[in-house]
Design a binder for this molecule. Structure first.
Ligand SMILES: [Zn+2]
Length: 164
């Protein structure tokens, strides 16, 4: 994929940000656009040279490169979410790692009561619940609406810990 062209295209960058709910420095920045089966954000980017239709771009891979440069993800590396929320677009919640790191951490954290990875709705159900809560929320009570949508997936009511 021609990341340099995508990142230099103002319309594509604007479309990316139009789907990001930017919040405080420590909060998750929820993706409000399309979602993949794995609950990662996706969006349509500009037509690349030689292509007749727009391509679908994973939002976190676009956003990581937007923050760190087009060549910032070495071959074999993946962008991981410290917060374990795949739709999250807060650059402070991303770090590079290997797929092995990712799988190992997920396996250990999935068993933690109250953790994002233990959500009974699965990652995609959790992401859709947050999007629905954002869409329906009183703008002055957004944090409460998101917190309630997250808590609903962990019926035990335990709070979520971040590993990092
Ligand atoms: Zn996050």
């Amino acid at each position: 994929m021609l990341w340099g062209s995508l990142l230099a295209d103002g319309e594509t960058v604007a479309r990316y940000w139009s789907h990001v709910l930017r919040r405080g420095a420590d909060a998750c920045w929820w993706w409000t656009g399309g979602l993949s089966d794995t609950a990662h954000g996706t969006f349509r980017a500009l037509s690349l040279p030689g292509k007749t239709r727009r391509g679908t771009v994973p939002a976190h891979l676009f956003g990581y490169r937007l923050a760190h440069g087009p060549d910032s993800i070495p071959a074999g590396m993946v962008v991981r979410h410290r917060c374990d929320e795949p739709p999250c677009q807060n650059p402070a919640h991303w770090l590079l790692g290997t797929r092995g790191d990712n799988n190992r951490d997920a396996a250990s954290r999935r068993r933690l009561v109250g953790h994002a990875l233990a959500d009974v709705r699965g990652a995609i159900g959790r992401a859709r619940a947050v999007q629905a809560a954002i869409a329906a929320a009183d703008p002055d009570r957004l944090d409460e609406a998101i917190a309630a949508a997250l808590a609903a997936g962990n019926p035990t009511g335990a709070h979520q810990d971040s590993l990092f």
